[in-house]
Design a protein around this ligand. Structure first.
Ligand code: COA
Length: 339
């Protein structure tokens, strides 16, 4: 047999052996996947059953709480306390189990599973979301800067508004995926992005004219400021994310909970004045547009609609931010050494 053919046969033999190993590994992988999916189903149905029974028991506790003795009252209090922590535990367990998409995600993505099954990939997704926000915010900042200071074309304003519309729509999808993966983003911030997307859409359709030009520079200056504040906010939130990840990963805790909290408070107290100033700017926009809508020659429906959107944004942002800060202050005073 020629030397070349022998070499080919030996190579092929070794490749065949490798392929057999690969087949075996893949078979094991499929088997494990099957086991994982059975475990997922069993956990999901157990959680469903547990929830149902906890609800039934809490009903019984309510009926039983009329006039029990002191000892019984203490036992009931303990059960109530445990039931509260149980529902948080269910929430955390569910973050690692596949579940049906909500209405919005089903409409946008269809019924594809968006649950990420490891902590690492959840952090990775959130990290990528913060980077995406920062990147788009910088682009928006530059665009608003150009429109405000140098080029005054309705066409460029339309591109800016379209970019804003696309950005906010994308955020609503990404945030729904984050929520499915256990993020505790408050409902308002998601709703905020729907309102902002609607506002950008309305701004896009506002026809060129005297009224548009009266409001234009105020709106562009506001967009510029908002992008600037969002850059600060992204810096703060990705800082929180990295520190929390370090806290979760390191057992020797060279970054302490107190260290995290003091960084968070420093960041928050720096950020808050900028945020509140932005909120009042939104109120100012709402009032300016409302006054404009009262003018006899104002025929555009966009004026009043934008005014209403800014008012909703102001109220939601202001009250939610106050509530977040109050909640953080309360938990700091209650448990100074825990998260
Ligand atoms: N958009 C998207 N996600 C937000 C958010 C926002 N505005 N505010 C909070 N979150 C997320 C956090 O990342 C966190 O997610 P996680 O559970 O996946 O880690 C979760 O919601 C809980 O966050 P929380 O602890 O309540 O707040 P925080 O410390 O991360 O941020 C503020 C607090 C006040 C800085 C933040 O809510 C904020 O920036 N609000 C103001 C936004 C605003 O008004 N923008 C307009 C400016 S003109």
């Amino acid at each position: 047999m020629p030397q070349g053919l022998t070499d080919i046969l030996t190579e092929w033999q070794s490749l065949e052996e490798d392929y057999e190993k690969l087949q075996e590994t893949h078979r094991m992988y499929l088997q494990k996947l099957d086991e994982v999916s059975k475990l997922q189903n069993s956990c999901s149905s157990s959680i469903y059953r547990q929830r149902k029974r906890v609800n039934e028991i809490s009903q019984l506790v309510k009926n039983c709480s009329k006039g029990p003795s002191e000892d019984d009252a203490k036992t009931l209090d303990k059960i109530k306390e445990k039931m509260k922590t149980r529902s948080n535990a269910f929430f955390e367990m569910e973050a690692f189990l596949p579940k049906k998409n909500g209405l919005y995600l089903s409409l946008v993505l269809g019924n594809v599973n968006v649950t990420l099954l490891s902590k690492q990939s959840k952090f990775g997704y959130k990290d990528e979301y913060e980077k995406f926000k920062l990147c788009l915010t910088v682009i928006l900042l530059l665009f608003s800067f150009i429109c405000y200071f140098s080029l005054s074309y309705r066409f460029l304003d339309a591109i800016l508004n379209f970019l804003l519309l696309w950005y906010y729509c994308t955020l609503t999808i990404r945030e729904s995926i984050l929520i499915t993966n256990g993020s505790r983003i408050k409902g308002w911030w998601v709703f905020h992005h729907y309102v902002s997307a609607f506002l950008s859409g309305v701004m896009l359709t506002w026809p060129d004219g005297i009224l548009y030009h009266t409001f234009r520079s105020q709106f562009l200056a506001y967009s510029l400021y908002q992008s600037f504040v969002q850059c600060l906010q992204c810096y703060y939130q990705s800082g929180c994310l990295y520190r929390l990840r370090a806290l979760g990963e390191r057992h020797n805790m060279d970054l302490t909970v107190e260290g995290f909290q003091s960084w968070m408070w420093k960041g928050l107290t720096f950020l808050l004045p900028f945020l509140f100033f932005g909120h009042f700017w939104q109120l100012f926009n709402a009032l300016s547009l409302f006054r404009m809508a009262q003018l006899p020659d104002c025929k555009e429906w966009q004026v009043l609609t934008c005014s209403l959107c800014f008012l909703i944004l102001f109220m939601g942002n202001f009250f939610t931010t106050v509530a977040v800060v109050r909640q953080k202050l309360k938990s700091r005073n209650q448990k100074p050494k825990s998260l």
